[in-house]
Design a protein around this ligand. Sequence first.
Ligand code: S3P
Length: 438
Amino acid sequence: MEPAPAPLGGEIAVPGDKSIGHRALLFAALADGEVQISGLSGGADNSRTARAIAALGAKVRREGDVVIVCGHGLDNLREPSATIDCGNSGTSMRLLAGLLSGQRFPSVLCGDESLSQRPMARITRPLKAMGAEISGRPGRHPGEVLPPLEIAGRRLAGCAHTLEVASAQVKSAILLAGLYAEGDTVVVEPGPSRDHTERMLSAMGAPITWRGHRVAVAPGGWDRTLSPAPVVVPGDPSSAAFAVVAALVRGALRVTVRGVCTNPTRTGFIDVLEQMGGAVLRERENERGEPTADLVIEGKADLCGTDVAGDTVVRAIDEIPVLAVAMALASGQSRVRDAGELRVKESDRIDATVAMLRAFGVTCEATADGFSVDGTAGKPFRACRIDARGDHRIAMAGAVAALCADGPVRIDDVANVATSYPRFAADMATLGATITPA
Ligand code: S3P
């Protein structure tokens, strides 16, 4: 791709939020009746969940831009006739594992090469504590559990779990199992992971309560009905982050990303950018289940280095690779800590981010739980060739960096951009950046 002629300008609407999309589909499959879902991402990850719920007996159809799911109720899922393939999608696999643990039938979940290397003990351990019979492949380290996952389907008992690492996938898997358990299920987390499961299940009438970092499901006395209600999936902040960072580092006449989810558990990246001196305006703020806003960038930011750690990392976990690009163009040093989770995403995102920035000529260092970056203070990056390692967010972060290079950049292994943001190149073109297939 080519360096972008500054400044960028224009208006885009990113795909529907991937996390909310997975949950909308899964919970609709458990509802008593038809749920209309609009704004669902056309990405491959959400499609995996759509296929999974169809395999479990939900009727799924598309009418124009709306996906309609007809659920048959919480206790009427059907035994799938084959292994459920979650592709590249960790959220599909982990949430389904929780849901399927308490069914009356067995099931098997598999994934692609990347997902097959991702750690599953974080869900099998708490689910087993609830009585689940679930097993996977052993990994290289003792206690490691890797996909595929075989689930027997058992009666579960609620229990209290304290998570070592904040994770919405683990929390949601446990809460879904909790809907099928006898007694109460409680999850306590060390940080603010995304709360879409809590918001959506509660809106559908599930007996779920949450306060701070503690969530409880208490199914005793509940009529086991999840009411179908239409879902409007807001724009994905994790996809919006690419255009937002591109506009800040390249400069923007006025770049608008319409209708983005601004749930505070997701806006850590905006806080980091503002901490660095980049203004991200919120216009047309709205609240329909989830808060949304148009994100607007005007002018060019003089970014300065920053430190990111603790709860902010949890609230920006998927945006760290593109934030690293902003850090690399800032003045001064930046550091990311407490982000060891990045090592077990679609790729080892600490190594992949550092390798990507080094290819652009940036000085940076990986640590066990993060990295440090010496900013170039706006000096253009070196033109280079980078390897996205099959990780969609590394590919798109690399593309944003390429806008600030002194010549053309080639990015390899980018097919998985389609898992979350199939329109990425087209949206960047709308803003004035050229990405061409190699
Ligand atoms: C997600 C939770 C996060 C995030 C992932 C989506 C979700 O993972 O990184 O992209 O939808 O619940 P963890 O739960 O592993 O932190």
